[in-house]
Write a protein that binds this ligand. Structure first.
Ligand SMILES: [Zn+2]
Length: 115
């Protein structure tokens, strides 16, 4: 199974490369292409819209109409996905998670291991 392992490693390397060199002129954070066997994040309509959320990290919204934000609100974290294509941005949110689990989801999202 060494072939499978090296293929997996190659795809992880490509994911990291696309994170760091998506567009050499853009300093923003970019999500990697979806990796094989990626986990599906359950995206839900915006909840508790009135509650203020602090943006902890965000991906570039210049290079892509689809941007992600890691948000903190009330001691939990969640990811907000905003798609700007029409006149009305479409916003969806992941479930609220404790810090460590949410940051793992955020990292998997950036690496293309979750989407
Ligand atoms: Zn960019």
């Amino acid at each position: 199974m060494s072939g499978g392992v090296s293929a997996l490693r190659a795809s992880a390397v490509r994911a990291l490369e696309s994170l760091t060199q998506a567009d050499s002129t853009c300093p923003g954070l970019h999500v990697a292409p979806e990796q094989p066997g990626r986990v599906a994040i359950r995206w839900m309509g915006e909840t508790r819209r009135s509650v203020r959320a602090r943006v902890v990290a965000h991906t570039c919204d210049h290079c892509s109409p689809l941007a992600y934000e890691l948000c903190a609100s009330g001691g939990v974290l969640f990811v907000r996905r905003t798609h700007r294509s029409g006149d009305q941005p479409k916003t969806r949110e992941s479930e609220r998670l404790p810090d460590a689990r949410a940051r793992r989801m955020w990292m998997d999202l950036l690496l293309g291991k979750a989407r």
